[in-house]
Design a protein around this ligand. Structure first.
Ligand SMILES: [Zn+2]
Length: 454
């Protein structure tokens, strides 16, 4: 009788095949600038479709616009178990200066145990691991008790309007699943004594705030007759810089994290900053992430004023990037801005939400399945887990409203150094060990959720 160990062995045997698939995906320059026409995701979807077809898995490519393909393959199970979607995106961010790359960005060269190229880490390696997990299950002739869905979307890097946003609006049934796994979590904490993985259950929201400061223009030779909007903006900038957001350690994250790190003292809203300061001394990245996970951020990122160097500016516009915790909505942000700007006149602000915050529960059979699967995939039973928060945003926010429990979890190998990935940076690369760890985990997860009752 087929066992999970057999399947994991087959994954290991597919190492070269997985690398080839990843290389084929990286070689498609599916660059998404965010300004149409862009993306070119269809050829990347075709690479996946042809690969799946070779093993008898039918996949559909749906274009939200010319050449903006989204691939969905649904392998139907008997309906006795919940459905599981392995999701990802095949678009990549642009390359700024190709001459800075050691390996050309779309060459997908293999060196030092890594595949090099734009999109290799974010996130074609995970998509390749997801596809190989599905293929290995199919080749082994596993009878699934629930649907296994592979969904590779377009346009994640520009917000998903041509990708999962479009799929959720126009084809919700194609991507409907009880559970989903996506990018966003799975990098083990460094510095602790135990191997500890975050399973990202939620993500922050993003809003763009434009603050318009109005003054009065005049010829610059008589500035006293003007009311300089640039000078009027100064107290606004001072207040933004001095703003101390409300701190919250109420979420699941800090409750479980304290346990995972073996802390005696419970982490609370009152002591979380002391705890973060401690952690930061040992691990700057972790400290910074926990800081972002415990508060809203608002930061001025662009400023524009004046139209000519010899005229005093009539208006000054300050653009701010705002990242909210899962429970903070647009009204909350407006109330914070009202407090920040209180007493200043001639000032208006506009808020545009570009990504809603969202979260899935951690107390769920799915979280238990992810934990069991990771232990099986890594062959150890001493791993700790906690619910993480993605401080950026992913496509998970677009499938959660469909009733899907979505986790960001693409586990890297315990011995690898994820800081080498260079996502969105020059010399991006994916560790082959990480990719294989993900393929092993995804197979173990599908076996746990959809496999034969044991
Ligand atoms: Zn990504």
């Amino acid at each position: 009788m087929l066992t999970l160990d057999d399947l994991l062995a087959r994954i290991d045997e597919s190492r070269d095949e997985t690398v080839s698939l990843l290389q084929a995906l990286v070689r498609v320059p599916s660059v998404n600038t965010g300004v149409m026409p862009t993306g070119n995701e269809t050829p990347a979807c075709e690479v996946l479709r042809d690969k799946l077809a070779a093993d008898g898995i039918a996949a559909e490519i749906m274009e939200s616009a010319p050449n903006r393909g989204n691939l969905v393959a649904r392998w139907r199970g008997s309906g006795e178990a919940p459905s599981l979607m392995l999701m990802g995106h095949v678009d990549v961010v642009p390359v700024e200066d190709e001459s800075q790359w050691t390996h050309p960005p779309f060459s997908a060269e293999v060196a030092d145990g890594r595949v090099w190229g734009r999109g290799s880490a974010d996130m074609k390696s995970t998509v390749a691991a997801e596809a190989m997990a599905m293929i290995v299950l199919k080749r082994a002739g596993v009878a699934l008790r629930g649907d296994l869905v592979l969904a590779a979307g377009a346009d994640e890097e520009a917000g998903g309007a041509y990708g999962f946003g479009w799929l959720a609006e126009h084809h919700p049934d194609k991507i409907r699943a009880d559970y989903a796994i996506n990018e966003g979590g799975g990098r083990p904490l460094r510095g602790g004594s135990d191997l500890t993985y975050p399973i990202n259950t939620g993500e922050k929201g993003r809003l763009e705030v434009t603050i318009t400061v109005t003054g009065r223009g005049y010829h610059a030779s008589a500035p006293w007759r003007a009311d300089n909007a640039i000078y009027r903006a100064q107290p606004v900038l001072d207040r933004l810089a001095a703003y101390r957001p409300e701190v919250s350690a109420d979420g699941d994250l800090f409750r479980y994290l304290g346990d995972a790190l073996g802390l005696q003292e419970r982490i609370t809203t009152d002591n979380v900053d002391r705890f973060i300061a401690d952690i930061s001394e040992r691990d700057v990245d972790l400290g910074s992430w926990l800081r972002a996970a415990s508060r809203m951020t608002i930061v001025a990122t662009m400023i524009r004023a004046g139209v000519k160097s010899n005229s005093v500016a009539e208006t000054c516009r300050i653009t701010c990037d705002v990242r909210t915790l899962p429970w903070q909505d647009e009204r909350y942000v407006a109330a914070q801005l009202d407090a920040i700007l209180a007493g200043l006149d001639g000032i208006r602000y506009d808020i545009v939400t570009t990504a809603i915050p969202s979260a899935s529960a951690f107390d769920s059979p799915f979280a238990s399945a992810v934990q069991r699967a990771t232990c099986r995939a890594l062959g150890r039973d001493d791993i700790r887990f906690f619910p993480g928060l993605t401080t950026g945003f992913t496509d998970s926010r677009l499938v959660r409203p469909l009733g899907t429990l979505a986790y960001g979890f693409a586990p890297s190998h315990p011995d690898s150094d994820p800081s080498k990935d260079g996502a969105h940076n020059v010399n991006e690369s994916a560790s082959i060990d990480d990719t294989m760890t993900q393929a092993r985990t995804f197979v173990a997860l599908a076996w746990d959720v959809l496999g034969p009752d044991s």
